[in-house]
Design a protein around this ligand. Structure first.
Ligand SMILES: *Cc1c(COP(=O)(O)O)cnc(C)c1O
Length: 419
């Protein structure tokens, strides 16, 4: 679908007077709309909850907004747990899914009453040694190995992910043994979790994953006698970063999961299982823009536009060669008849937001909107080349703009140094 920014040039010029570029801008209306569409898609499951993956956008104003929409949080580190606590999340509103987990993180997760999702069989003993007991409610992460494929189509199987090469989760046998062991140590309510493919643009991923987990859950409950109270489909529902890609239809995805639920869990007498998700990208990516100013043009073997943002503000293109759509604010309808590399200032030749991209003619001072940066954007930032993290701003539903994180200053960068 054609990508249009959620702000106009006039709005951006006004924002720019108070907050210099580059900055990340989030759209409150869009975030609320996305959360509501997800909840509507799963309203057939009374215990449904989205645990927003904090690592995607670890900013308190965003977490509080999602809390108002009924979401919990999925944390994966000590500081994410601390942030969740300070934002007012507690108990069952927090999922803790980490791996190679340090002891102090389990201690804090247990103190907050978070639901702990174990990544490995050996963590059963590690958790008990660390916190002194096994919580009554506990979850385990499953890794089926091999490749994760979607059903047969004319083209054959579509490979979605490669769990056999991923470091996460219990094997199938370890899961049966682990559930029995946890039950023997006092656990009474069990959860099953799996994350088998990232950024899927297919309405079939969640339903296929759900069917596999539901089938396994029935076997686990039958063979081990452990009561399964929730199944966590985790993250992985993606977004259409490219305008020509089809967008996911969350209503259809919800119906696909419902069908698997009614065909597998309900007949097994497990119609009371709660469905959880831990979406990050789907919730936030389209609801964020990285806004940057064109500050240089360079004509050598190629045409370059130098901008004031760099890979330290958005790492995905440099790290994965990821596509992010770019529009030039105020020139949304202009013909894309110029080919540019849009580049940042890092001393790394992969610091390119776009390569050979057809765009309208860009003049110095133009504002470029880099789309779909609301998740895994700011949060993956780093300080290479002494580059500083930008501000984060929230466009409120009433059109006002709030700074929800200030930009780093040189003092911040120097704060940890010993001279
Ligand atoms: C990263 C992560 C997510 C979120 O993934 P998205 O692709 O942003 O939806 C969810 N759960 C876990 C355990 C993760 O590590």
């Amino acid at each position: 679908m054609k990508k249009t920014p959620f702000v106009t040039l006039a709005q951006l010029r006004a924002i720019q007077e108070r907050y210099p570029t580059p900055f990340h801008l989030y759209d409150e209306a869009g975030i609320r709309r996305t959360a509501r569409s997800l909840h509507k898609a799963f309203d057939w499951n009374p215990g449904f909850r989205e645990y927003f993956a904090v690592k995607a956008t670890p900013t308190p104003a965003i977490l509080k907004l999602l809390k108002q929409e009924g979401c919990g949080v999925d944390c994966s580190s000590l500081t994410e747990l601390m942030m969740a606590e300070r934002c007012g999340f507690s108990g069952r509103q927090i999922m803790f899914s980490a791996n190679e987990t340090p002891a102090e993180e389990y201690l804090l997760a247990a103190r907050l009453g978070a639901t702990i999702n174990l990544d490995d069989f050996t963590h059963i003993d590690f958790l008990r040694q660390t916190i002194g007991y096994i919580p009554r409610r506990i979850s385990c992460r499953y890794n089926p190995g091999g490749t994760f494929r979607l059903g047969r189509s004319k083209e054959g199987f579509q490979v979605m992910g490669n769990p056999g090469q991923s470091k996460y989760g219990f094997t199938r046998d370890q899961l049966f043994e682990g559930f029995r062991k946890l039950k023997g140590m006092g656990a009474e309510e069990f959860g099953l979790h799996a994350f088998l493919a990232s950024n899927t643009v297919s309405n079939e991923y969640y339903p296929a994953l759900a069917r596999e987990l539901f089938t396994l859950a029935v076997q686990l409950q039958t063979e081990t006698g452990c009561r399964i109270s929730f199944i966590n489909l985790s993250g992985g529902v993606g977004v259409d970063y490219r305008p020509e890609e089809p967008a996911n239809d969350i209503a259809q995805i919800g119906q696909g999961v419902r069908q698997a639920y009614e065909e597998v869990l309900v007949p097994a007498g497990m119609g009371d299982v709660d469905i959880f998700t831990e979406l990050g990208r789907f919730m936030l990516a389209p609801n964020g823009h990285l806004v940057t100013t064109a500050i240089h043009e360079k004509h050598t073997y190629k045409e370059y536009i130098g901008v004031d943002a760099c890979a330290a503000n958005l790492m995905r293109p440099a790290m994965y060669g990821a596509y992010h759509h770019i529009t030039v604010s105020g020139k949304e309808e202009a013909p894309c008849d110029h080919m540019y590399d849009v580049v940042g200032a890092l001393c790394e030749n992969n610091d390119k937001f776009a390569i050979d991209r057809m765009l309208p003619e860009i003049e110095k001072g133009d504002l470029l909107v880099i789309h779909d940066t609301g998740a895994h954007g700011f949060s993956m930032g780093y300080n290479y080349n002494g580059r500083l993290r930008s501000a984060e701003l929230l466009l409120r539903e009433d059109g006002s703009v709030e700074q929800i994180r200030r930009a780093e200053t040189p003092e911040d960068y120097f704060a940890t140094l010993v001279w």
